[in-house]
Ligand binder design. Structure first.
Ligand code: NAD
Length: 352
């Protein structure tokens, strides 16, 4: 198969972990007889420095012209001025919007050998294997009006939480499709006791649930969901929710795995290239030291093979190699070990 991938390494540890994901992809391509063509472009702070913009039209066009996009991370203290004309995260939001990727998938697994790395009690973590599906292109982060001005002599600010029925339906349908291949349970998270947008969300989740009688659907309020993620995470399978609730719950869920550095994500739309990125940020505190954990980026590459190219065997091979390397004791600093970024990848490639 011929695969054309756009690489957007970004800032901080982004380039360090993307280089490792590319090593693993190249090893897979050699083993399974695929040809991968990479196009590398700038995004985030490095793009602001070079072009004055966090995402240029040319870069977005190149992403759209490829089969899939693999991104590292954006941001850093040098671009943190809240009043700046452009900021690294704006490039990321524009990329998601431009690619039309409305669903962000974040799987979270507790690896038995790493259970001690999590702050939760081991008995709470046994059997944790969930996936959060977060709506990504609507809701509070995009709704209009979104502004700040003087009103009646006071500083005033507004954001808008809005959804159309079709935006809700497509992401909930995707969650049900995922659940069909898993433990057949969907937990739809909303705040229907207070928010009108959540009442529409719940109504549509109920409708989609009726079309999938083989899958169990439960509705949970977001505050309860936050508790359940810590109190009984193993009972969750597919969790689907709107943009901001998902933003918060996915970071909470990441604690279950023991380190941010372990977790991948995929952002998918109805058509066009998917966007794959580790969930962590640019980690300026460790950037340039060669000690970042590359597993989140490597597992994101595995998700890319699965969802953008339907290469299930190749994706599973990478996931199993990661499991085996961890079982063998391979640990970067965030997991209490001493392996450098490249050595962690060596351990994974050795198990491919
Ligand atoms: P962060 O995820 O970058 O780092 C949080 C902590 O986790 C740090 O101590 C870091 O060293 C550690 N960490 C993260 N990834 C790691 C890895 N792969 N291996 C080992 N340790 C790892 O979050 P932050 O510090 O809040 O943000 C730093 C910058 O990243 C900010 O500019 C923020 O805006 C940006 N950010 C970007 C994204 C993104 O690009 N998707 C996401 C979150 C934050």
């Amino acid at each position: 198969m011929n695969l054309h991938i756009t690489l957007l390494p970004g800032d901080g540890i982004g380039p360090e972990v993307i280089a490792e994901a590319v090593r693993v992809l190249d090893a897979i391509a050699a083993r399974y007889n695929h040809t991968i063509r990479y196009t590398e472009r700038l995004i985030g702070g490095c793009s602001i420095d070079r072009f004055g913009q966090s995402l240029t039209e040319e870069t977005l066009a190149d992403c759209l012209a490829s089969d899939a996009v693999l991104l590292g991370a954006v941001g850093g203290p040098q671009w943190d001025d809240l009043n700046a004309k452009d900021r690294p995260e704006r490039g990321l939001l524009a990329l998601r919007k431009g690619l039309g990727v409305f669903a962000n998938l974040r799987p979270v697994k507790a690896h038995p050998p790493l259970i001690d790395a999590s702050p939760l009690k081991p008995e709470k973590l046994a059997g944790v294997d969930l996936i959060v599906v977060r709506e990504l292109t609507g809701g509070l982060y995009f709704g209009q009006p979104k502004e700040r001005r003087l009103r009646n002599g006071y500083e005033w600010a507004v954001d808008t939480l809005e959804y159309y029925d079709y935006e809700i339906r497509r992401v909930i349908e995707l969650a049900f499709r995922l659940a069909a291949g898993r433990r057949k349970k969907v937990t739809s998270v909303d705040k229907a006791n207070v928010l009108e947008s959540s009442r529409l969300w719940r109504q549509i989740a109920t409708q989609v649930g009726r079309e999938h009688s083989e899958i169990t659907l439960e509705h949970v309020l977001v505050d309860t969901a936050a508790m359940r993620l810590i109190a009984s995470p193993a009972a969750l399978d597919v969790v689907v929710t709107e943009n901001m609730f998902g933003d918060i719950l996915t970071d909470e869920a990441s604690v279950l795995a023991g380190s941010m550095g372990l977790l991948p994500s995929a952002s998918l739309g109805e058509q066009g290239p998917g966007l794959y990125e580790p969930i962590h940020g640019s980690a300026p505190d460790i950037a340039g030291r060669g000690i970042a954990n590359p597993i989140g980026a490597i597992l994101s590459a595995a998700m890319m093979l699965r969802y953008s190219f339907q290469l299930e065997a190749e994706a599973t091979a990478i996931e199993q190699a990661v499991e085996r390397a961890i079982a063998d004791g391979a640990r970067t600093a965030d997991l209490g070990g001493t392996l450098r970024t490249t050595q962690m990848t060596d351990a994974i490639v050795a198990h491919l």
